[in-house]
Design a binder for this molecule. Structure first.
Ligand SMILES: NC(=O)c1ccc[n+]([C@@H]2O[C@H](COP(=O)([O-])OP(=O)(O)OC[C@H]3O[C@@H](n4cnc5c(N)ncnc54)[C@H](OP(=O)(O)O)[C@@H]3O)[C@@H](O)[C@H]2O)c1
Length: 292
């Protein structure tokens, strides 16, 4: 029987742990706070930010969101980030990606103080992650690691193959999996669009992670029998039977691989909720750090 790794269920567990940590902070007079910047009118970004606000409310994190029109000058965004940086109410800062095209996203993200960089995108934190220091870990890779360990699929000694080398998913996930740590210690291969004979490589994976952005790209013949499959992809495909006219699918051909794998994450309900939960974790961690 294939195990379905349920991201909603795991998130529920982690959120209850976070609530307990927040209660401890509240007893000490501290409420974790998250400052959010949302620029433009991208519908998906608005949905994501609303979900993140709701998550924060659920666990007891204070949030304040600055919603700005897409033609806002970059300097104005930087000024807001600076004001969040210097305001003790905010332990974490989130600038929703993507920013409108006229902005230099790297410049804006790098303005966030590393101590409040709960998305884990600042080069300082990325560097610390690589050398294995305690730091804020980008939420999606962190969520994937939690899914593996909490479901009993330790990566130790396993061959983990990641398809996708983005700076927000593939690369930091490789850095985590390869760490000398009992929850990591994997042998890691990263694949990308220039990889030759992709299927030859993915078929050697004990743990296969797809972060491509291409609907149902990973077919059954690319997956080894008994592998553990983590599907990071979120893709909209047309579905006239739905009121919305679309539905979400992952980067893995879920139905086709389901019977041959040991475990798999669904889309939706897999990595997505875990990503959101790790943002709550990082914001709480930042508030805890502020007391040290
Ligand atoms: N669930 C979540 O919380 C969450 C969070 C983040 C992202 N996502 C989803 O995860 C997916 C990936 O996101 P991303 O931001 O990492 O995407 P991205 O920046 O576009 O990176 C995609 C990666 O896939 C590789 N790739 C593309 N086509 C390929 C092919 N034919 N063969 C092998 N590799 C190929 C690219 O290779 P090159 O580097 O050579 O171009 C690139 O490294 C998207 O569906 C996104 O929506 C989900």
């Amino acid at each position: 029987m294939t195990k379905i790794i349920d991201g909603n269920e795991l998130s529920k567990q982690i959120k209850s742990e976070i609530k307990e940590r927040i209660n401890v902070l509240k007893d000490k007079g501290l409420i974790p706070g998250l400052g959010v910047v949302l620029v433009g009118d991208d519908p998906a970004s608005h949905v994501y930010v609303r979900m993140k606000e709701k998550d924060c409310e659920e666990v007891g994190i204070y949030t304040e969101t600055k919603r700005l029109p897409k033609d806002t000058p970059q300097q104005e965004i930087i000024d807001i980030v600076d004001s969040f940086n210097s305001d003790e109410k905010f332990h974490g800062i989130l600038v929703q990606h993507p920013l409108p095209g006229h902005m230099d996203e790297v410049e804006v993200f790098d303005r966030i103080l590393p101590a409040k960089d709960v998305d884990g995108f600042h080069p300082f934190n990325v560097g610390k992650l690589l050398i294995g220091d305690n730091t804020f870990v980008a939420c999606t890779p962190y969520g994937v690691m939690e899914m593996l360990t909490r479901s009993g699929y330790s990566p130790e000694g396993k061959h983990a193959v990641i398809v996708g080398r983005s700076t927000i998913v593939g690369k930091p996930l490789a850095a985590l999996l390869v760490q000398k740590d009992k929850h990591a210690n994997a042998t890691v291969t990263i694949c990308h669009s220039r990889t030759k004979d992709l299927g030859e490589i993915t078929r050697t994976a004990d743990i296969l992670i797809a972060a491509i952005g291409s609907p149902r790209f990973i077919k059954a013949d690319m997956v080894r029998d008994g592998a553990v499959v983590i599907d990071v992809g979120v893709n909209r495909i047309d579905d006239p039977s739905r009121k919305s006219g679309y539905r979400l699918v992952g980067d893995v051909d879920y139905e086709a691989v389901l019977d041959k794998v040991e475990a798999i994450t669904p889309v939706p309900g897999g990595v997505g909720p875990m990503t959101r939960t790790m943002l709550l974790n990082n914001t709480t961690l930042s508030a805890e750090n502020s007391l040290k």
